[in-house]
Design a protein around this ligand. Structure first.
Ligand code: 13P
Length: 250
């Protein structure tokens, strides 16, 4: 039985006052949850958010990290720094990182390996564009993105990892994959992992991301291979995020 995980990816949003308000609401609601809840604030606010997460069950994660251990990499943040700040998870290979900042499968794999070696749990994002879906290439794309990491890192490095299926066309658009579309891709992801290790494939959590909200979460999470969500916009609204967490725990 996999424990559901709901992760909030705040992206580049919020300020100190907003975060105090949001985290106050989330920590009040956090108590009796039967799921894992995670927030991934902008890196500059990790310390501020840790003040809240250290006294409740909400986990702390980062949105990105450098693949390099330290040194002359202006503007980058290292895994040691994330560990120092109490991060447990790190999102890797988000489609915005891939498309806007040129992160290749190789870079994502390097980051994945470095994250696992540093003791962080990677959330590996995969997903197709609208054009790729319409041309029938969805499974091929997701398979390529996933296998690039499996081949480079080795399947054993997935034992504490999370995979997030985020169709690019569903991110921030208000268009959600249908429950059937999500389940089909999630099952394919689990099958690809099972080709290398059926035990890891059975226990790994596969999150759905892309316009998850309080109204559609329950239907998405009801699917056998959907183990929670990676939530963008709705994670910035306390009531919506709490409702999504409740849907995952139901
Ligand atoms: P939205 O929930 O805003 O569509 O964003 C999804 C996402 O990219 C989470 O990583």
């Amino acid at each position: 039985m996999r424990t559901a995980l709901v992760a909030g990816n705040w992206k580049m949003n919020g300020d100190s006052a907003f975060i105090n308000e949001l985290m106050s609401s989330l920590t009040t609601a956090a108590g009796s949850s039967n799921i894992d809840v995670l927030v991934c604030p902008p890196a500059v606010y990790l310390s501020q958010v840790k003040e809240f997460t250290q006294s409740c069950s909400i986990a702390l994660g980062a949105q990105n990290v450098s693949e390099h251990p330290n040194g002359a990499f202006t503007g980058e943040i290292s895994l040691a720094m994330l560990n120092d700040l109490g991060c447990e998870y790190v999102i890797l290979g988000h489609s915005e990182r891939r498309s806007l900042y040129g992160e290749t499968d190789t870079v994502v794999a390097d980051k994945f390996i470095a994250a696992v070696d540093a003791g962080l749990k990677p959330i590996l994002c995969v997903g197709e564009t609208l054009e790729e879906r319409e041309s029938g290439a969805t499974i091929d794309i997701v398979s390529r993105q996933l296998k690039a990491v499996i081949d480079s890192a080795g399947i054993d490095k997935f034992s504490d990892a999370v995979v997030a299926y985020e169709p690019v066309w569903a991110i921030g658009t208000g268009k959600t994959a249908t429950a059937e579309q999500a389940q089909e891709v999630h099952a394919a992801i689990r099958a690809i992992l099972a080709e290398s290790d059926s035990v890891i494939a059975a226990k790994i959590r596969i999150l759905y991301g892309g316009s998850v909200n309080a109204a559609n979460a329950a239907e998405l999470f009801a699917n056998e291979d959907v183990d929670g969500g990676l939530v963008g916009g709705a994670s910035l609204k306390a009531n919506d995020f709490i409702a999504i967490c409740h849907a995952a725990g139901a």
